[in-house]
Design a protein. Sequence first.
Length: 274
Amino acid sequence: MAGDAARARTRVRFGRVWVDAITAERALDEIERLVDAGEGGAVFTPNVDHVVIAERNPAFREAYASASLSLVDGQPLVWTSPLVGSKLPEKVSGSDLIWPLLRRAAARRYRVYFLGGRPGAARAVADRAERELGAVVAGAEAPRISIAPSPEDDALWARIRAAGPHLLFVALGAPKGELWIHRAAAHIRPAVALSIGAGLDFLAGQVPRAPRWVSRAGLEWLFRLALEPRRLARRYLVDDPRFAGILYRTCRDAREARVRVFTPPPRPRDPLTT
C-alpha cells in the first residue's frame, strides 16, 4: 500500500485531454520507469493548442488517450488547473526535459534516437549529446513524414527497430508528432517515444527560444507569433481562444469526471543493483 501511494499521481482533464500533475523531476523518474519496464510508451506535452485540437480531431484524442505520460507544456493550463480541480505544480516543457533526460540516459547507457526537426537539427543535437554528455546515440534523421499513414512508415519503423533505441525524441510538431507516435507504437516498441515539438530546433540553435521570463509570464505564444506570424497567426489568434469555452464546459462537469488518481505499475528491479 505504501508503494502504491508513492507511485500514485493525480491527473486533471482539460476538455478531452488528461494531464499529469507532476514536477519535472518526477517526470524524469516516470520516463525512466517506462524505459525500465521495457514495454514502450508515449510521452506527450499538452498545451492550449493541443486541448483545442483534441476537441475537433478524433485521431488526436485517441493518441492522447493512449499516452503513458502527459506533461503540461503551457502556462495557461498551470494557471487554470485549480479551477479544474487540482493544481498542476509547474510547467514541464518537452524542450526543457530533453537535456536533463539525455544526461540521465547517458548515465544509464540508454540508446537514444533523434527524429525530425529542421534539416541538420537532429544530427547537430546528436553530436552535441555525444560530445558533452557521452550519450549513446542510436540514430538521428529528419525524413519526410506524413501526418497520415504512409508507405514510408514501414521503412522508418524498420530503421528504428534495427537501431534499438530506449528513447526516441520526435520533433514533428502537433498534431503530427502525437499521431505518428500513436500509429508507430506497436512497431517501435520497446522504445519510449517523446513528442518534443520544436525541441531539436531549439537545441541546435536553428530557432530562438523565448527567454525564461517570457515563458513564465505565459507569453511564449506571443514570442513565437512575432517570429512566424504567417504560420502561427490562425493558431494563436483564431483557434486557441476557444480554450476559454472548453475550460468553462470542463469546470461544469462533476469533479470526479475531471480529476483522477492514477497508479502506474511498480518499477522493475534493476539487475545491476540487485
